[in-house]
Design a protein around this ligand. Structure first.
Ligand code: SIN
Ligand code: FE2
Length: 210
């Protein structure tokens, strides 16, 4: 892994970067904006098409939201819990996501979907590819807040070698281009108490899905 001291930007593999501490200084503002989103569209546990309940609680904001149920994985414009459109994507989310994408060399990022994942202790996300989007030309930008997590970043097959990254409060991962479809996953969250988010880890992921 290459590391540039100047801007805390680590190259994981081609076109995939860890921006260490990128959100520090905006943590509180992000959490306030998040609270407003969650007031309108609460966290919920979704079910996979195979009938398994997910250990990560989810909600969305922006024009399109990612959902899963017995019918499959998809993006939709309305929240199935409230039957209303998803809350607007807060300006601070979009601004920071765009800046992070630029830091990784991806210009003009225009996300139309923002998935918010809430991990409690023991929650995890198995190895997967993000491939429910119609547009793979834009990157994925992923914010981490709260409790730390080990993020495995692999390659284009399940078996490809993986880099284990420690994601802490304020970190951002950006991947696109050659690594847009790389497998990745989050290992089970270890017990801990974060000064701001307590026993939770929050991940906010931005994508262009249409
Ligand atoms: C995801 O892969 O969708 C979430 C990644 C994370 O929680 O860091
Ligand atoms: Fe993912």
């Amino acid at each position: 892994m290459l590391f540039s001291d100047e801007d805390n930007r680590l190259l994981i593999v081609e076109d995939a970067f860890l921006l260490k501490g990128f959100l520090l200084g905006n943590g509180q503002a992000l959490i306030s904006a998040l609270d407003e989103v969650v007031e309108q569209s609460p966290f919920r546990y979704m079910v996979t098409p195979g009938g398994y309940g997910m250990s990560v609680a989810m909600t969305n904001c922006g024009p399109w939201g990612w959902v899963t149920d017995h019918k499959g994985y998809r993006y939709q414009k309305s929240d199935p819990v409230t039957n209303k459109p998803w809350p607007e994507m807060p300006t601070i989310f979009i601004e920071l996501a765009r800046k992070a994408a630029e830091m990784a060399g991806f210009y003009h990022f225009s996300p139309d979907a923002c998935l918010i994942n809430r991990y409690s202790v023991g929650a995890k996300l198995s190895l997967h590819q993000d491939k429910d989007e119609m547009d793979f030309s834009q990157p994925i930008v992923s914010f981490s807040l709260g409790l730390p997590a080990t993020f495995d970043f692999g390659g284009l097959t399940r078996e490809a070698p993986k880099t284990a990254l420690l994601l802490e409060h304020g970190d951002v991962v950006v991947w696109g281009g050659e690594s847009r479809l790389n497998y990745h996953g989050v290992r089970s969250i270890k017990a801990g108490c974060h000064p701001v988010l307590g026993e939770f880890r929050i991940n906010i992921t931005f994508r262009r899905c249409q």
